[in-house]
Design a binder for this molecule. Structure first.
Ligand code: FES
Ligand code: FES
Length: 159
């Protein structure tokens, strides 16, 4: 008897089916089986946000979310968001402000920031800091990341 479970989902706009171990986490499935290396593995216990991806439009921790839980869902990673152009102004702002150094946190940080911009388009600097407090960055000291996000909030508000 096979202990594998069959799953199907849409990942970055493409239909994907696989037979997997039910204990397999979504981020492992994305990175190892689908070769989507944008989501990273840091703490593996839900604290750092490096593994952030979107499931049905919500950001989730890919290290705490089982791949079988995403069965039938729409999954988006930084690769898909980049391809769609939805994050272009945010990604440009991160580059302008030097808001990424090693880049390990960047995919999660960008997806979290994009969700903030969508949900709170008039967020204050303090709210930006609060929002990204669940995404750890060991390099930048956060100021440049906050500056980049505030820049995009202001540019979109004035567009
Ligand atoms: S690796 Fe998932 S939150 Fe840190
Ligand atoms: S840029 Fe290195 S962890 Fe954020």
């Amino acid at each position: 008897m096979s202990l594998k479970k069959k799953i199907s989902m849409t990942v970055n706009g493409e239909a994907v089916s696989a037979e997997i171990d039910p204990r397999r986490h979504l981020v492992d499935f994305l990175r190892e089986d689908l070769f989507l290396k944008g989501p990273h593995l840091g703490c593996e216990q839900g604290a750092c946000g490096a593994c952030t991806v979107k499931v049905n439009g919500q950001i989730i921790r890919g290290c705490l979310f089982l791949a079988v839980q995403a069965d039938g869902s729409i999954v988006e990673t930084i690769e898909g968001a980049t391809k769609s152009g939805a994050l272009e102004d945010l990604q440009n702002a991160f580059m302008r402000h030097n808001a990424m150094q090693c880049g390990f946190c960047s995919s999660g940080m960008l997806l979290a920031a994009a969700e903030l911009i969508e949900k709170q388009p008039h967020a204050t600097r303090a709210q930006v800091r609060e929002w990204i407090s669940g995404n750890y960055c060991r390099c930048t000291g956060y100021h440049s990341i906050v500056n980049a996000i505030v820049d995009v909030l202001s540019a979109r508000a004035n567009a």
